[in-house]
Design a protein around this ligand. Structure first.
Ligand SMILES: Cc1cc2nc3c(=O)[nH]c(=O)nc-3n(C[C@H](O)[C@H](O)[C@H](O)COP(=O)(O)OP(=O)(O)OC[C@H]3O[C@@H](n4cnc5c(N)ncnc54)[C@H](O)[C@@H]3O)c2cc1C
Length: 448
């Protein structure tokens, strides 16, 4: 009897999780052992991050626990630091203790992407991305915290700085995050007596001449007018020149201070890709064949944001890094893994981009699907129903739907839990004060 094939999945995001879901359903235990490795114990449903940041959806409800949904797989958590595709090994650093080497027969390589930054002075020190749940939660607390500060200070400069919010990059993530957070802050002003919505300044800075290219030029223009109508200062053909110490300088000559700088100017393949020993293209993406194997390695499969996958519907072009492709590629990829194990032929990946939907805050949205343009309330409804149908597991669907239903009945929660990012601060302060008190008492009772 032959040994079960060892399948190793690096990255439990869209590609990794959906591929593993398919494989655990298709393959018998005596056919394959599946191990999924991810830095986190959950998959993040990124399209819901803007809603989580705005408090419309509970943050825990936009993540899917890998150990629960992948019950027939072995889940390991930690950072994969290198891949050796020749000796078929992967080096893993768990979040504590010594590292370990994992062996595989078939590898699914899907570490996704990270924010693509530029060498703008001050950006790394003052900016924040919008790709993870941690960033979304931090931004929610931070924005609400700035309103609390503005309402409490008597210093005009501190107040102006606190009420200035800058987003750089007007793709999906930037536009949705800004629109949702501005909408939340607008509502929150009602509870800050000295802060009017008009006191806040929201900037969207974009280097090209259009925003939200994912929904086409006409809907992009409509979105631009919509955002400007809400008082958001959208600057196209403009770049961030400097952000040192929170002093923002744009290349159109504008300069001001801001406490909030969100960088959403695109993504690049995860740095692990460069340490993978796999063939890369000029943009550091893994070179994939149309069958989603890696060029030159029949035992390594790849897809998603980290991979250069040929778009067979547009010869000469590559598939864009988005969830629409990632989910469908995961299905084709997993089918080809099963085909490899069972000695069948592999299928090429082919999917014509269907269009996009984006939420722009409560009751506002924009969409272009199969050429149909939708805007306003119907687009917002489409955005919600589409993503509700897509988020994995019935459990999460119900929880998200309940969150939305409660948001219709009750007012939005506008409390800033700023201490969440510094949970030990209060305890350290208490210990410091006690230490000082003990020293003081000892000095008072010391003889002489
Ligand atoms: C705010 C936001 C909104 C979006 N909205 C949409 C949308 O509406 N529609 C759409 O089509 N797309 C959208 N996208 C894009 C979409 O989410 C991505 O294209 C998709 O997640 C890519 O899937 P992936 O599997 O390649 O990567 P990911 O889903 O990012 O998964 C990669 C996984 O690999 C893990 N990992 C990375 N490196 C390591 C390592 N060294 N060791 C261990 N684990 C590692 C990560 O923890 C992660 O879990 C959005 C993205 C963002 C940020």
């Amino acid at each position: 009897m032959t040994e079960p094939v060892r399948i190793l999945v690096v990255g439990g995001g869209y590609v990794g999780m959906y591929a593993a879901l398919y494989l655990q359903r298709e393959l018998r235990r005596d056919e394959a052992h599946i191990t999924v490795v991810d830095a986190d114990s959950y998959m993040t449903y990124q399209p819901f991050l803007p809603e989580a940041a705005a408090g419309n959806v509970e943050p825990r409800h936009v993540v899917v626990p890998l150990r629960r949904v992948l019950g027939k797989c072995r889940i390991l958590n930690g950072w994969v630091v290198s891949v050796d595709p020749v000796h078929r090994t992967v080096d893993l650093c768990p979040h504590g203790g010594p590292g370990r080497t994992l062996e595989y027969d078939l590898l699914i390589f899907a570490p996704g992407s990270v924010s693509r930054t530029l060498p703008v002075p001050g950006l790394a020190e003052t900016g924040i991305g919008f790709k993870t749940l941690e960033e979304a939660i931090h931004l929610r607390n931070h924005v609400l915290g700035r309103l609390d500060l503005a309402d409490s200070t008597t210093d005009a400069a501190v107040r102006a700085r606190a009420l200035t919010f800058v987003f750089v990059g007007a793709g999906f993530a930037g536009v949705e995050a800004l629109a949702e957070l501005e909408d939340m802050a607008h509502d929150a002003c009602a509870y800050h007596p000295t802060v009017e919505p008009g006191d806040m300044r929201w900037f969207l800075v974009e280097a090209t001449d259009r925003i939200l290219p994912e929904v086409g030029p006409e809907m992009g223009r409509w979105t631009l007018e919509q955002l400007r109508g809400r008082g958001i200062d959208v600057r196209t053909r403009t770049r961030l020149r400097s952000a040192v110490g929170g002093h923002i300088e744009l290349d159109d000559g504008t300069a001001f201070d801001a406490d909030t700088l969100v960088w959403t100017a695109g993504v690049r393949p995860h740095p692990l890709v460069r340490a993978s020993g796999l063939p890369l293209d000029g943009k550091d993406r893994v070179r994939a064949t149309p069958r989603l194997t890696v060029e030159g390695f029949d035992d390594v499969f790849t897809a998603g944001d980290c991979a250069a996958v040929p778009d067979l519907t547009k010869p000469g072009e590559l598939c864009a890094p988005n969830a629409q492709h990632a989910v469908r590629q995961a299905r084709t990829l997993a089918g080809n893994v099963v085909a490899t194990i069972r000695g069948r032929g592999l299928r090429p990946y082919r999917h014509a981009y269907a269009g996009s939907v984006a939420g722009l805050g409560l009751h506002q949205g924009v969409a272009q699907i199969y050429g149909h343009k939708v805007r306003g309330l119907p687009a917002w409804f489409l955005h919600r129903t589409y993503h509700l149908s897509r988020i994995p597991t019935l459990n999460k669907k119900v929880r998200v739907a309940v969150d939305w239903a409660l948001a219709l009945l009750f007012r939005r929660d506008i409390v800033s839990l700023g201490q969440f990012s510094r949970p030990r601060e209060e305890f350290e302060r208490a210990a410091r004060v006690e230490r000082a008190e003990r020293r003081e008492r000892a000095e008072q009772t010391a003889p002489g």
